[in-house]
Write a protein of this length. Structure first.
Length: 178
C-alpha cells in the first residue's frame, strides 16, 4: 500500500490582508498661488480640489497665519483611482522610497516639480510647483472603530505595520525601499 501524504497549505487569513485605503494629494499655498495649486491638483486627479483653511482660533503671527486663512488645497482619491494615481506618481520619484518615509499606517513623499510626473506637461498658467503625496493603508475590520453607533475598540495589531507596507509596495508597485 502506498501512503498518500495530505499536504495542508496554510492559507493567509483574509482579514490580515492590507489594502490601499486612500491617496491624498496636497499643496500648500496662499493668495494667487492657491488657485494655481488648486488647478494643478484638479489637472492631475480629475477631481475637485478642496481648500484647506486654518482653524477658527488658529493664530501664528510670525508666519502670518490668521483664523480661517486659506493655507492650501487637497484632493483625496479612493479605490481604483487611488491605485492608478499612486502608480503614476511613484514614477516621478523612480519608484524608490526611503524607509524613513514609511510610517505605521502609510507613507508620504514629495514631488518637487509636477513636470517630473510621467505624462504631465508644463502648463504656463500653473508654473513650476510641487505637491505632497500621502498613501494610507487599512485592514478589514477597522470600521468598528470609525462607526458612530456601537463603536468598538481595535487592538494595535489591527493596524498595518511598516514591514507589511514595504512588502505590499514591493509586490504591487515594484517599489525599491532604501
Amino acid at each position: 500500500m502506498t501512503e498518500q501524504k495530505t499536504v495542508q497549505v496554510k492559507k493567509q487569513n483574509p482579514m490580515r490582508k492590507i489594502k490601499l485605503e486612500k491617496v491624498v494629494l496636497s499643496c500648500g499655498a496662499t493668495g494667487p498661488n492657491l488657485e494655481k495649486s488648486q488647478t494643478l491638483l484638479e489637472m492631475l486627479s480629475g477631481k475637485k480640489a478642496q481648500i484647506i483653511k486654518a482653524g477658527p482660533k488658529r493664530r501664528i503671527p510670525n508666519f502670518g497665519v490668521k483664523p480661517n486663512l486659506p493655507l492650501g488645497t487637497a484632493v483625496t482619491l479612493r479605490g481604483k483611482e487611488a491605485f492608478e494615481i499612486l502608480k503614476k506618481l511613484l514614477g516621478a520619484i523612480d519608484n524608490e522610497l526611503n524607509e524613513k518615509q514609511i510610517a505605521e499606517n502609510g507613507f508620504s513623499f514629495g514631488i518637487k516639480e509636477y513636470i517630473e510626473i510621467p505624462g504631465a506637461e508644463y502648463k504656463r498658467e500653473i508654473g513650476i510647483r510641487g505637491l505632497n503625496v500621502t498613501a494610507c493603508f487599512t485592514r478589514a475590520g477597522i470600521r468598528v472603530k470609525r462607526k458612530k453607533i456601537k463603536k468598538g475598540k481595535v487592538p494595535e495589531r489591527q493596524y498595518p505595520q511598516s514591514e507589511e507596507i514595504i512588502e505590499y509596495m514591493e509586490e504591487n508597485f515594484d517599489t525599491e525601499i532604501e
